[in-house]
Ligand binder design. Structure first.
Ligand code: PBG
Length: 335
């Protein structure tokens, strides 16, 4: 090895030189503590009615609402890139929305048909379905609305029906994103009673009332028609409460626990990681995606590097799995 200093008297006498371990790329790879891999990725996708439809979402460049035929192509491509799991979100036509969200458990509804088709075409891919009323409700709220209030227990009854119909269609995991109290336990009980013991629950446990969901609500046209979601989603200023929510969901039978959003909540991911031995999931949400896309479109940041740095920060904070709209791009980058 080459000498750094021409004469020993030029050198400080330091016992520790951290830079010694950063000298070359192979050495940095050897020392690296966390690694983002394609195995960590869950790819969220939007499905709509129709055929041969692929509509770009304005606030989420390169994300689309796909009709089923084109969605299957997109999933096949993702699977071929090594992505093991997708999370499905439906855009429901206004004509099918009602305040009880009845379309959500229609056995021939958009989600149910889509899950069956995916399971027929690409049976190995893990399909995660969303359990919440917002795409199905004219109010855009995650629960049943009465006199301007979001009802808890009545909503849970509907969520149970929705989860059962998704399990029946072939979902591998149901993912309650609604933040009603007691829904994980009620869904677990109903799934077991119906014999779906292997259908898992990915619980949106620490889900904050965040402004980072804006682009997603554009995608599904599910922006709340009145008020906000602060009576059920968590206050952005709270951290201990996240642990309470995670603890309850685990006691109620969650298989995977999620923190959402991810980037502004890395401290929460870290705390949840230290609290539980269950896999921890982070949701790199639509607003986080949109910010990177927007800055990159001006040439203000290096998109690829920023994507990898952002997702690696979630791994470093303690996430095992990451839902990200960048999934395909990342799978390609990591190849
Ligand atoms: C609703 C739901 C939301 C997201 C996933 N499920 C939005 C909300 O709670 O209003 C947001 C995902 C994202 O922003 O990427 N049940």
């Amino acid at each position: 090895m080459q000498k750094e200093h021409s004469t020993p008297k030029n050198s400080l006498s330091l016992l520790h030189r951290p830079r010694r371990l950063r000298r070359t790329e192979p050495l940095r790879r050897l020392i690296r503590e966390h690694q983002l891999t394609v195995n960590d990725l869950i790819y969220p996708l939007f499905v709509r009615e129709g055929e041969n439809q692929q509509e770009e979402i304005t606030s989420m460049p390169n994300c689309y609402r796909y009709s089923l035929d084109l969605l299957l192509k997109e999933i096949k491509e993702a699977f071929d890139l090594g992505i093991n799991a997708i999370a499905l979100f439906p855009m429901i036509p206004n004509s099918k929305k009602d305040d009880l969200g009845t379309e959500s458990y229609n056995p021939d509804g958009l989600v149910q048909r889509t899950v069956r088709a995916i399971k027929k075409e690409i049976p190995e891919i893990i399909v995660i379905t969303d359990v919440a009323l917002d795409p199905f409700s004219p109010y855009g709220h995650d629960g049943i609305v009465k006199n301007g209030q979001i009802l808890n227990d009545e909503t849970v009854e509907v969520l149970v029906k929705m989860a059962l119909s998704q399990a029946e269609a072939g979902a591998d995991f149901v993912a309650p994103s609604d933040m009603m109290d007691g829904r994980v336990g009620a869904i677990r009980k109903a799934l077991d009673a119906a014999g779906y013991i292997n259908v898992g629950i990915l619980a949106y446990s620490a889900k904050y009332a965040s402004a980072y969901y804006g682009p997603f609500r554009d995608a599904l046209e599910s922006t709340p028609q009145f008020g906000d979601k602060k009576t059920y989603q968590m206050d952005i200023a709270n951290a201990r409460e996240a642990i309470k929510e995670v603890e309850l969901d685990i006691m109620e039978g969650a298989d995977l626990v999620m923190v959402k959003p991810a980037l502004a909540y890395l401290d929460i991911i870290y705390r949840v990681r230290n609290f539980t031995n269950l896999p921890v999931v982070a949701y790199n949400v639509s607003g986080e995606y949109a910010m990177i896309k927007a800055a990159a479109s001006y040439g203000w940041i290096d998109e690829k590097q920023v994507i990898l740095e952002t997702l690696t920060s979630m791994k470093r904070a303690g996430a095992d799995l990451i839902l990200t709209y960048f999934a395909k791009e990342v799978a390609l980058l990591l190849q």
